[in-house]
Design a protein around this ligand. Structure first.
Ligand code: TXA
Ligand code: MG
Length: 317
């Protein structure tokens, strides 16, 4: 075990917080069975305690964490774990109220990032980890983002490089009869449907509390305007005329209006997902007032990207 991994395990065993790279976004990890440590996550993030956390495990051995595991959980775990999929299941005794928000379900995920896997293997237990950003802000996809957001409030940040997927995991509820997507993410609905052999719809209005479902979640400071590539010109006219600094996040071949700054984005949606949060952070760091984003197709990772962009563009609370 490397010195850094053993340090991370020591911090976690002592009830501390570790910035942990995963393939989706960086997590703010604590021992899921240490109530005080989990409470610190909420305090540091400024997140209401009623919003439940995902428990990250090193393998699909769920005993103690969940009960009444349906067959479809086994099928999805087999197909997508380790990876960017979170399953909501009936909770077992190891899932604390502070983690589940007092609900009778628990969200579980087995991440694939090699550093996360190594920490989990040596730690042995479960790690509660929300995205390592302050509540309501854009999720971090580099160690630098975590340090910039949380500073000394996090005891150790492991640097695992930029996240490969770039948007959060797909959350699938398996406790309400038919499977349903609570949050689109790194695994597409098409891929889920192929494994389960039946439709897996997105459940928009959920009685379950999913903080990502607040309209203005995932928002940068700058205004976000979604548009088709042929609308870039018309939609940027007004802010440019008002003297605002306008950025356009669009593929290299997009026609960007004069006066706006072109931030080049990959044309292909998985590439866009990978850089999306870093680009939204860049927009704020460089002091833009507005960013126009050329919208991708809804297929595959496009559903997750559109979901995050729609929230970023929603009226601010
Ligand atoms: O990719 C990810 O999922 C990242 C990385 C760090 O693993 N984590 C992440 O955590 O996005 P967070 O806390 O930002 O979002 C977790 C979402 C929240 O919207 C929460 O409400 C939902 O999972 N959730 C947690 N437990 C739940 C449960 N029992 N039922 C329904 N939703 C739940
Ligand atoms: Mg989050």
């Amino acid at each position: 075990m490397s010195a850094l991994i053993s340090r991370a395990v020591e911090v976690l065993r002592g009830g501390g917080l570790v910035g942990l790279p995963t393939e989706t976004v960086y997590g703010l990890a604590a021992d899921a069975e240490n109530e005080l440590a989990v409470r610190r996550i909420f305090a540091v993030k400024g997140r209401p305690e009623s919003h439940p956390l995902i428990v990250h495990l090193g393998s699909a051995r769920l005993e103690g964490w969940t009960v009444d595991i349906p067959d479809e959980a086994g099928q999805l775990a087999e197909a997508f774990w380790p990876g960017p999929l979170t399953l909501v299941l009936r909770r077992g005794p190891r899932a604390l109220d502070v983690v589940t928000g007092g609900q009778d379900t628990v969200a579980i995920r087995v991440p694939s990032h090699p550093l996360a896997r190594e920490v989990l293997r040596h730690f042995g237990g479960g790690l509660a980890a929300p995205s390592a950003n302050r509540f309501g802000k854009v999720s971090p996809t580099t160690a630098e983002h975590v340090r910039a957001d949380l500073g000394d409030d996090v005891d150790l940040v492991l640097d695992g490089g930029p996240c490969e997927v770039g948007v959060e995991s797909t959350i699938v509820d398996l406790t309400s009869g038919a499977p349903a997507i609570l949050r689109p993410g790194g695994i597409s609905s098409e891929a889920l449907e192929q494994v389960l052999g039946r439709p897996v719809p997105v459940r928009a209005t959920s009685t379950i509390r999913v903080s990502g479902n607040l309209p203005s979640h995932y928002a940068p400071r700058a205004g976000v305007v979604l548009c088709r590539p042929d609308e870039l010109e018309t939609k940027s006219r007004e802010p440019l005329r008002a003297g605002e600094r306008v950025a356009v996040l669009a593929p290299a071949d997009a026609r960007v209006p004069e006066g706006a700054i072109h931030l080049q984005a990959p044309a292909e949606v998985a590439g866009l997902a990978r850089v999306l949060y870093a680009e939204l952070r860049r927009v704020d760091a460089q002091g833009f007032d507005v960013v126009l984003v050329a919208i991708p197709e809804r297929e595959g990772l496009g559903a997750a990207v559109l979901d995050r962009l729609a929230r970023a563009a929603a009226p601010r609370a």
